[in-house]
Design a protein around this ligand. Sequence first.
Ligand SMILES: NC(=O)c1ccc[n+]([C@@H]2O[C@H](COP(=O)([O-])OP(=O)(O)OC[C@H]3O[C@@H](n4cnc5c(N)ncnc54)[C@H](OP(=O)(O)O)[C@@H]3O)[C@@H](O)[C@H]2O)c1
Length: 312
Amino acid sequence: MASGSPRIGVVGATGAVGTVTLGLLRDHGFEHVRVFASARSAGKQVSGWTVEEATPEALERGDVDVFLFSVGTSASRRLVPHAVAGGATAVDKSSAYRLEPGIPLVVPEVNGNRALEHDGIVANPNCCTIPLTCVLKPLHEEAGLARVRVATYQSVSGAGAQAMERLANESPADHDLRMDWDFDGEEFDEESKLRAETRKIMELPDLPIQATCVRVPVMVGHAEAVWIETEDELTPERATELLAGAPSVRVEQFPSPGKAAGIDEVLVGRIRRDTTVDRGLALFLASDNLRKGAALNAIQIAKLLLGTRAAA
Ligand SMILES: NC(=O)c1ccc[n+]([C@@H]2O[C@H](COP(=O)([O-])OP(=O)(O)OC[C@H]3O[C@@H](n4cnc5c(N)ncnc54)[C@H](OP(=O)(O)O)[C@@H]3O)[C@@H](O)[C@H]2O)c1
């Protein structure tokens, strides 16, 4: 990477995650930003920057240190290699590279040390995996995870800008739970991603973990009900104390998407015994899927990659 002020490329800048990324880059003091989207958006202005078409030639130009990708999986597979060929490091938020051996999958508070072990690509996890691992990590370090069960309540912004527009124009009478992921006959891919990504980030390849994912008619903010069994005894009081001291986590009596939207921290509360098992805890978390679940986590990764040259 070149010395001097860091140069960031945002690919997918017109999308739900991309627009939040641009706002956060300004907040975090990044000034040298190039923004990209599809040919449909070329020439548009977003947050004061002019959108360029994300062509292989444009991405290979060599004047960007870190690219933040928030396009779909197939566009990422096609475009990320060109960004890397131009000498940049790519932080990719799609599921294209998350489970590839040798590609770090990073939540800075959980396994930030892995970010520098890349060969040009660092993957950003799923928007439910990120807050879940922020909460699981301190509990695992204290008492060892034996089993995790999760039920998600995911907002519509998780499905992108068009889905947000549909919800905004939908009559409340038509609101319903949705399950808009690929189904393999048993599980949605969202559920298997949550399992596989959590295992990879926590470096617990055999962790028993089961998820049921649904999308709720909420605009921003994902919530998760989590049931945890630990190897050693862990009281709700001690778990609360650990979570209160955990980075990017805030204990809140009743977390909700509304309270989490627009803030950086993962909210966690309802921390109580799960009386159905030995050494069981139940808790509830909520986080902003567009910020910590996507854009913010990727900017934190970029800062790790840029080291001391990171903006404030
Ligand atoms: N939404 C979330 O909470 C969330 C969280 C974590 C990860 N992610 C991941 O982030 C990615 C983007 O999600 P999103 O919710 O922001 O989607 P979105 O609102 O639909 O935005 C998609 C963005 O990708 C651009 N794009 C699409 N095809 C492209 C192509 N061939 N070349 C260049 N740009 C292209 C679009 O540009 P145009 O406007 O020009 O079409 C738009 O800027 C997805 O992989 C998603 O899984 C999303």
